[in-house]
Design a protein around this ligand. Structure first.
Ligand SMILES: [Zn+2]
Length: 112
């Protein structure tokens, strides 16, 4: 799947109906409109950042060194973008990633 397939908002994709950040900002939990729930750590979200500073726009190669993202990274703030994506204010100061629901669904792990 290409980078562009992941970032363009596509209509039939699942939508998160609830977004819950843990009190310490280390973990995000999502509830989806189909009833599924999934979660990801702030570290993983940062590693999967789709912004132009982290992924080369032309080659789709990830330029971010994922091993440099510390395990204790936190999400300081999250904000919804329209009805299709979330953005995160990470504790390392990175704020440019826009995470469409489709990407979030892919990178988070299902929980019961
Ligand atoms: Zn980024």
């Amino acid at each position: 799947m290409s980078f562009w397939d992941r970032i363009k908002p596509s209509t039939p994709a699942a939508t998160a109906t609830d977004t819950r950040l843990s009190p310490d900002g280390s973990r995000l939990e999502l509830t989806w409109d189909d009833g599924a729930r999934s979660a990801a750590t702030a570290q993983l979200l940062r590693q999967q950042c789709p912004c132009a500073a982290c992924v080369d726009e032309w080659t789709n190669q990830r330029t971010l060194d994922q091993t440099k993202v510390p395990a204790d990274l936190r999400v300081k703030q999250l904000q919804q973008v329209g009805n299709y994506a979330l953005t995160f204010n990470f504790s390392d100061g990175h704020t440019t990633g826009i995470y469409p629901w489709k990407l979030l669904r892919e990178v988070t792990q299902p929980i019961s």
